[in-house]
Design a protein around this ligand. Structure first.
Ligand code: COA
Length: 319
């Protein structure tokens, strides 16, 4: 009998403050326009963390929502993995702080750093730990306060990001394989030669990005890793029920949807309302699509992301 990891629940948290494009431009005196931002990225607004609100606070809120959906108490959790590029501190890890906020004091807790691909990376680690019997119930969380590492004078980057957190509960299952359910596979890649096209630089460290270069890599690398995930499972693209992509840019998301032959209503989009929340974007989108009834039991969900590193990856899960 093979153990598999089931996505038993998901949850999201978004900070209270919402700024649309015009409000953001006015707040920071940016020479930009709502039309430019929407046309290039699909972003209409973003949520921004309150002063003092940290990744572990937002992640804990998302985790509580995910546990509630899974119908599991925090005491069932034997591991916490947080994907973040904006940790509360160098150490303790955001995962350890979040674990304490949930009232858990057993099991493991650690952070994963893979920028916007962080959630797929963390999911892959948790999946491997469950398959090998090292853990039975793992919280996998993406939590980001990118507003703290943005250069608010750089209109080419600061309009693109938002704050938030998303979480999933992964639970070991003996029956999932027979039912064809659970995480089927994860596929991770990195190419550090391209580290300088999307990085945090200087003191204080702020995001710098060569947008066109990142765009070019995103379209080709995501297409390749999606093909890899489907081929690995002997699946045709027509088997995919939902694309739940990292939410950086609507044009990239739409290109991936077209590649998979999916109608737009089968692609989960939050970038218009959340902007790019980095490692939080996939679990936030999953939380939305499971709560509003789009993703149903038995659906095949394809997740993909690319981010600083460069890092990229994909995961396939049957709900
Ligand atoms: N408002 C108005 N003008 C802006 C602007 C803004 N917010 N940001 C940049 N511009 C200007 C530039 O200064 C440039 O002006 P110039 O031609 O006078 O020099 C012009 O717009 C074109 O800039 P460019 O960077 O070439 O635009 P683009 O069409 O490539 O769009 C991005 C920029 C960032 C939207 C696009 O490159 C992108 O989405 N890249 C991928 C980003 C991504 O996915 N990152 C996250 C990965 S996790």
């Amino acid at each position: 009998m093979t153990l598999r990891a089931l996505i038993a629940g998901s949850g999201g948290y978004l900070p209270e403050l919402v700024l649309d494009n015009d409000a953001l431009a006015a707040r920071h005196g940016l020479d930009t326009s709502d039309a430019w931002i929407q046309e290039r990225t699909g972003i209409r607004q973003r949520h921004l963390a309150a002063p003092g609100e940290q990744a572990s606070d937002m992640g804990a809120a998302a985790a509580r929502a995910a546990l509630e959906q899974a119908g599991l108490p925090a005491t069932a959790v034997d591991g916490v993995i947080v994907a973040t590029a904006t940790p509360d501190a160098v150490f303790p890890s955001t995962a350890a702080r979040l674990q304490a906020k949930l009232g858990i004091s057993t099991g493991f807790a650690f952070d994963v750093a893979a920028a916007c691909s962080g959630f797929v990376y963390a999911l892959s680690v948790a999946d491997a730990m469950i398959r090998t019997g090292q853990a039975r119930c793992v919280l996998v969380i993406g939590a980001e306060v990118f507003s703290r590492i943005l250069d608010w004078t750089d209109r080419a980057t600061c309009v693109l990001f938002g704050d938030g957190a998303g979480a999933v509960v992964l639970r070991a299952s003996d029956e999932a394989e027979a039912e064809g359910r659970g995480l089927l596979s994860c596929h991770l890649h990195a190419d550090g030669r391209h580290g300088d096209i999307l990085q945090v630089e200087g003191a204080p460290g702020l995001v710098r990005m060569a947008g066109r270069e990142v765009f070019r890599h995103a379209v080709s690398k995501l297409a390749a890793v999606v093909d890899e995930a489907l081929a690995h499972n002997g699946l045709d693209k027509s088997a995919v029920s939902w694309l739940v992509p990292h939410q950086a840019n609507l044009r990239i998301i739409e290109a991936m949807g077209r590649k998979l032959g999916l109608p737009p209503e089968r692609v989960v989009v939050t970038v218009d309302r959340h902007a790019n929340t980095s490692a939080a974007s996939i679990p936030l989108a999953l939380a939305e699509a499971t709560r509003d009834g789009r993703v149903q039991r038995g659906d095949l969900v394809l997740m993909e992301a690319i981010g600083g590193g460069l890092t990229w990856g994909a995961a396939l899960a049957r709900f």
